[in-house]
Design a protein around this ligand. Structure first.
Ligand code: UT7
Length: 331
């Protein structure tokens, strides 16, 4: 069968949120903020935070085990493990290698993809390409991040926004039929690198006592700028992905956007002309979980019965880089 007819299909999904919960009321005791401000400006009420002593792969593992069980597959059935993350367990090797070992996946190749909040969509695009070209028959795609590790907990402009979590999907190969990933579109604009970034800890500014003193290992963000570009960019790329799939927005049963801020999601839905009932919103429970946000929301939507066979689902994300993307999937 030629690659032109081959498609990747989502066979299973899973997610994991750490047990520790930090509410807006908890944050009121840590910084000068209020539950009301956070709720009105972001829609966030609480977020989950990874326990001390645990790493990203611990969350990814539980999400992956659930996705494999949902797909009726075992770790040794996997040809590839691709993980979107900016908070790996170690600077190197990749967290996907840590995950591979935890799962006992002995036949896979694995690597991480760094595209911040768009990490899952980028990882999905890579895995989809491997499957369509026949280099892999199956793949585990994970979006997992622990941005709590990069937060300055006395900076109210960032610490209220983010949370930790992991989501996973298992992809298989379909040689015919209508189901599967119909299109994926990705974009970046590197002129915005410093609008949202972690200044130190990389090769340009390695860790030293001064960078630690200055808190340069934490997230620095111009939130207003991110907000503005995010809405416009996600609308544009969603339309491109739909066009490539040969579908109109009216044919979409459910939109699963990156969960950064309820106001961003509402503005995006308005611009796309989609009623909010058709949009998944869980930012109130988890905050912005970076690469995990889309696969966690996808997993929840499936488990809540919001996605039926034949439904077309639009996924989209936007984050640091700037990097953004959209995918159209028929279930
Ligand atoms: O995946 C991508 C990751 N990032 C994002 O998606 C972030 C996108 N941006 C946003 O979500 C919003 O821009 C924020 C939620 C970050 C901020 O909302 P905003 O409506 O743009 O507020 P602002 O930054 O204009 O701040 C308004 C006021 C300021 O006070 P003044 O200058 O008006 O006196 C801030 O100092 O609110 C103040 N403020 C706060 N007050 C209470 C900022 N953070 C807080 C806070 N609690 N946590």
């Amino acid at each position: 069968m030629s690659a032109a007819h081959r498609r990747s299909v989502i066979l299973g999904t899973g997610s994991e949120l750490p047990t520790k919960v930090v509410t807006n009321r908890d944050l009121e005791r840590m910084v000068e903020t209020s539950d009301e401000w956070i709720t009105v400006r972001t829609g966030i009420k609480q977020r989950h935070v990874l326990e001390e002593g645990k790493g990203n792969a611990d969350m990814a593992y539980h999400a992956a085990v659930r996705a494999l069980a949902d797909a009726g597959m075992e770790a040794n059935d996997l040809d590839a493990i691709i993980m979107g993350t900016v908070t790996p367990d170690y600077l190197f090797p990749s967290s996907s290698c840590v995950l591979e070992d935890m799962l006992g996946a002995r036949k896979a190749f694995s690597f991480d993809v760094n595209a911040a909040c768009s990490g899952f969509l980028n990882a999905l695009a890579v895995a989809d390409s491997f499957i369509r070209t026949g280099q892999a028959r199956t793949a585990l795609v994970v979006g997992s991040d622990a941005l709590s590790r990069l937060l300055k907990w006395d900076d109210r402009t960032t610490c209220i926004l983010f949370g930790d979590g992991a989501g996973a999907v298992v992809l298989g190969t379909s040689e015919k039929g209508e189901r599967g990933i119909l299109s994926v579109r990705l974009r970046t604009d590197g002129s915005h690198v410093k609008t949202l970034y972690v200044p130190a800890g990389g090769s340009l500014k390695p860790t030293n006592p001064e960078t630690v003193q200055n808190n340069e290992h934490t997230i620095t963000m111009n939130g207003k700028e991110v907000f503005k570009v995010a809405v416009r960019s996600m609308e544009e790329i969603s339309r491109q992905a739909l066009k490539e799939a040969g579908l109109g927005i009216d044919q979409v049963a459910l939109v699963i956007p990156h969960q950064a801020n309820r106001r961003i999601i509402v503005a995006l839905a308005e611009r796309l002309g989609v009623p909010l009932e058709k949009v998944v919103v869980n930012v109130d429970k988890y905050g912005n979980t970076s690469a995990a946000s889309v696969p966690v929301a996808l997993d929840e939507a499936r488990r809540e019965g919001r996605i039926k066979p034949g439904d077309v689902v639009l996924l989209n994300a936007f984050g640091a880089g700037f990097a953004w993307g959209a995918a159209v999937v028929r279930f």
